[in-house]
Design a protein around this ligand. Structure first.
Ligand SMILES: [Fe+2]
Length: 436
């Protein structure tokens, strides 16, 4: 016989074990088709060798779930230095004496076995914030899924013959055009969820916004191609000074992986497949400067992250939602989890619409916002400075919503991502907004 509390505790442990297992299966499945050379090579100076990511997720798990939570000794202290992302920036990682793929697999499997052994004995409700509601486990699961998305970005950058995954066709889209109006008024930004959310999403706080309009769907490839065809990349007036300087320096002419095929048509390279650019799919692989220039050309602007979050998570009745559609599961409502290997066309998830009528706020593409990455009022670092705090005020722009490659366990309407305005190897697009 179990009392109610015991059952809840068992449920949390079971969920932790399942989530750890599914994140690991995803990582191993992603890398399974690759040979030793493809795992050890650096495919782009922007990214780590894939085998570094693999060892790093296991080392992060060891640091938090074995050493910090269970007080276990280090498996091998030299691994801590090698897999420390701050000590060794990405360009330097190929020169490290990395574990070979078979060694890395063995190391992370050993850590995992030990974690599962200790799980039953850990006191989840003993008053330690790190463990409350299983937070540290959710953090480790999210971390692995975030690296899976990073590894997908690496696989997209990999040269010939490319990764070439087989994936089901995305659900059919339908036309979604125009904007929705979000009326003036306060909403609750961020969350107090201590079991799942990162420190930068906390605390929940009121934000009062004037009325604004925001696009009902992300900007599509077809819409973006009009900007290109209209000479948008040749017109400095659509670009900020920094954006124009970068456009010239990096010789940007179109979104990443696009190639002009003559007659105004475009192809793109996607994981090694050369294919026509689908016009009704949200544009991806554009940097913040390109998104910002498009918005100005369209007579609009990028939304602030507060505008994005209100349109995604608030209801006119004043209820905050975890997902745009409410609290129910993600199935059929958003393109998350990576199985499609691409964004779905706009209008593909009518059941996932937000209370204000915005489609695909979560999934498909990360959406650039106009906001810099800054702490919320009352921010408290938890559990370590290097997750958020060291990045505040350093020229990063906030992205929201999560891409097709993001896991439902690693994204929500309050989730904040950030990157430099020049970056476009990530699966990022945008939607526009404007004042009423
Ligand atoms: Fe990491």
């Amino acid at each position: 016989m179990f009392d109610g509390d015991t059952l809840v505790r068992l449920d949390v442990r079971q969920k932790v074990a399942e989530d750890l297992e599914s994140a690991r299966q995803r990582s191993l499945d992603l890398l399974d088709p690759l040979d030793e050379d493809a795992l050890r090579r650096q495919h782009s100076p922007l990214m780590s060798p894939l085998v570094w990511d693999l060892g790093h997720v296991g080392n992060f798990e060891e640091l938090w779930l074995l050493r910090e939570v269970a007080g276990a000794p280090a498996v091998d202290p030299s691994l801590d230095d090698m897999y420390d992302a701050f000590r060794h920036p990405r360009p330097n990682r190929p020169a490290l004496p990395l574990l070979r793929p078979d060694e890395a697999r063995r190391y992370i499997a050993g850590v995992r076995d030990h974690v599962l052994d200790t799980l039953d004995r850990v006191e989840l409700d003993g008053g330690r914030p790190l463990l409350a509601g299983g937070f540290v486990y959710a953090m480790v699961v999210q971390h692995e899924h975030q690296h899976d998305e990073t590894m997908l970005a690496t696989l997209q950058l990999m040269g010939d013959p490319g990764y070439r995954p087989l994936a089901p066709a995305p659900p059919a889209g339908r036309p979604v055009t125009g904007e929705v109006t979000v009326p003036a008024g306060p909403f609750t930004m961020g969350t107090d969820d201590g079991a799942r959310a990162y420190d930068n999403e906390r605390p929940a706080h009121p934000v009062d916004l004037p009325a604004y309009r925001i696009d009902a769907a992300p900007v599509t490839n077809g819409q973006y191609a009009e900007f290109v065809a209209a000479g948008g990349y040749q017109e400095p007036r659509w670009w900020t000074d920094d954006g124009w300087a970068w456009r010239q320096k990096a010789d940007l002419e179109a979104p990443g992986f696009w190639r002009a095929e003559g007659g105004g048509t475009w192809s793109r390279l996607r994981f090694g497949w050369r294919e026509d650019v689908p016009p009704d799919e949200p544009v991806q692989h554009v940097c913040w400067y390109e998104a910002d220039a498009y918005a100005r050309w369209a007579g609009k602007r990028l939304p602030t992250e507060a505008e994005w979050e209100k349109a995604a998570s608030w209801s006119p009745e004043g209820v905050k939602r975890r997902w745009p559609w409410g609290e129910d599961g993600v199935e059929e409502r958003a393109n998350l989890g990576g199985s499609l290997y691409r964004p779905a066309p706009v209008g593909a998830y009518p059941a996932g619409v937000s209370a204000y009528g915005c489609h695909q706020m979560v999934g498909d593409v990360w959406e650039w916002t106009s906001s810099d990455f800054e702490p919320y009022p009352g921010f408290v670092t938890f559990p370590y400075r290097e997750y958020s705090e060291v990045f505040f005020g350093s020229g990063y722009k906030v992205l929201r919503g999560g891409s097709w490659a993001a896991s439902p366990l690693a994204v929500r309407t309050t989730f904040r991502n950030w990157d430099y305005p020049i970056r476009r190897q990530i699966f990022a697009g945008f939607r526009c907004a404007r004042d009423v």
